[in-house]
Ligand binder design. Structure first.
Ligand code: NAP
Length: 336
């Protein structure tokens, strides 16, 4: 089969399209013929060595949808030929509050979806919601799951919240915006690009602020939110996270799932004086994944897709993601 393989760190230029052995489904596994995959920032971080425990060679890619090609011994689930979408979170475990220490993600250490075939545990294979196209279904899993848990399971978002979503151009943040608006809460978004802010407004953002050109974006957020956001969903980290704590309304929840810009020097005073709840979250439980998929199966929600590229163009697309040019998800056309 054809696959994108990474043999060493050094950046997206080390991703190569190669001929590889087609995997065989083991006991309890399902082999999926991949139709579409999609990028996450994680795939780029792995090429840069910015991820713990990288194993080589590896086929990256955590997002994917396709068709069931074969069942391993004892595997149940969708029948051969069924259209499916893959939950990339392996082995979460029984506790809905926290993943098991030995849980991991599709696309490193196990080979991922930037390939014509991928084998995954049968319990991670879900029927594809019929109303979604292949492009849409592939765009959803990792980012949709992370955003769902951040906004609802951890953030407990309600229609009365005023939600700050910094760096809305990010794959996960576009889902956070969709989810927040789906229940009628108010969304304040920031981005480095006016074009991305326009797209966010088209998705329902109520206030859109350019954090690069604003004289003081956090002051603007505080003013526009009527005394500070009641909920923050952040993955930018660094100064952005520190400022979010400073401007959050007393009693607010501040949810963090990433640190794209690095560590932050935070002021404990902002947390204890305002009695903030600071909540960490990562990926999501099987129940989160099912509930998230339901939102797309039943409603009118559609993921924000930046572009669809061919498998051979994955290295170039990874460079574009490194430069932060995308709005929402970059989908990879693997087969038809
Ligand atoms: N814990 C988990 O389970 C989990 C799951 C998924 C992702 N993550 C992490 O979450 C982060 C985002 O992932 P992703 O896949 O959504 O990445 P992405 O699509 O590459 O998005 C990153 C976004 O961050 C924003 N950004 C960068 N620098 C910024 C700054 N100085 N101020 C404000 N915004 C800034 C940019 O928004 P604009 O383009 O709008 O400026 C950019 O689009 C990554 O660090 C990733 O590792 C964690």
């Amino acid at each position: 089969m054809k696959a994108i393989v990474l043999h060493e760190v050094g950046g997206p230029q080390n991703l190569h399209l190669e001929e590889c052995e087609t995997p065989v489904a083991g006991p309890g596994e399902i082999l999926v013929k991949v139709r579409r995959a999609a990028f996450n920032r994680r795939d780029v971080f792995i090429t840069q060595g910015l991820y713990p425990g990288i194993v080589f060679p590896v086929i990256p890619g955590s997002d994917g949808c396709g068709v069931v090609a074969a069942h391993g011994d004892g595997a149940s689930g969708p029948a051969v030929g069924a259209s499916v979408v893959i939950n990339p979170m392996f082995g979460w475990g029984e506790d809905p509050r926290i993943w098991r220490p030995d849980s991991n993600l599709l696309g490193m250490p196990s080979h991922g979806t930037f390939a014509e075939y991928v084998k995954v545990p049968a319990e991670n294979v879900h029927p594809k919601p019929a109303r979604l196209s292949d492009d849409q279904a592939a765009a959803i899993p990792l980012a949709g799951l992370t955003a769902y848990r951040a906004v609802f399971t951890r953030g407990q978002c309600t229609k009365d919240d005023v939600v700050l979503i910094p760096g809305v151009g990010g794959g996960v943040q576009t889902f956070a915006l969709l989810f927040v608006k789906s229940i009628g809460a108010r969304a304040i978004v920031t981005s480095s690009s006016d074009a991305k802010l326009e797209r966010a407004k088209a998705l329902g953002a109520d206030v859109a602020i350019n954090y690069k050109t604003s004289e003081n974006w956090s002051k603007e957020v505080r003013a526009q939110s009527g005394g500070g956001p009641t909920l923050v969903i952040d993955s930018v980290g660094g100064e952005t996270f520190a400022k979010a704590l400073d401007i959050a309304r007393p009693g607010a929840r501040v949810v963090t799932y990433g640190g794209t810009t690095g560590d932050a020097k935070i002021r404990p005073f902002s947390i204890f004086w305002k009695q903030l709840d600071v909540l960490g979250t990562s990926m999501g439980s099987p129940a989160d994944f099912s509930a998230m998929l339901e939102l797309f199966a039943d409603g009118t929600l559609e993921p924000a897709i930046d572009e669809v590229v061919a498998l051979a163009d994955v290295p170039a697309a990874a460079q574009r993601i490194l430069a932060g040019e995308q709005f929402g998800k970059v989908v990879v056309r693997v087969s038809d």
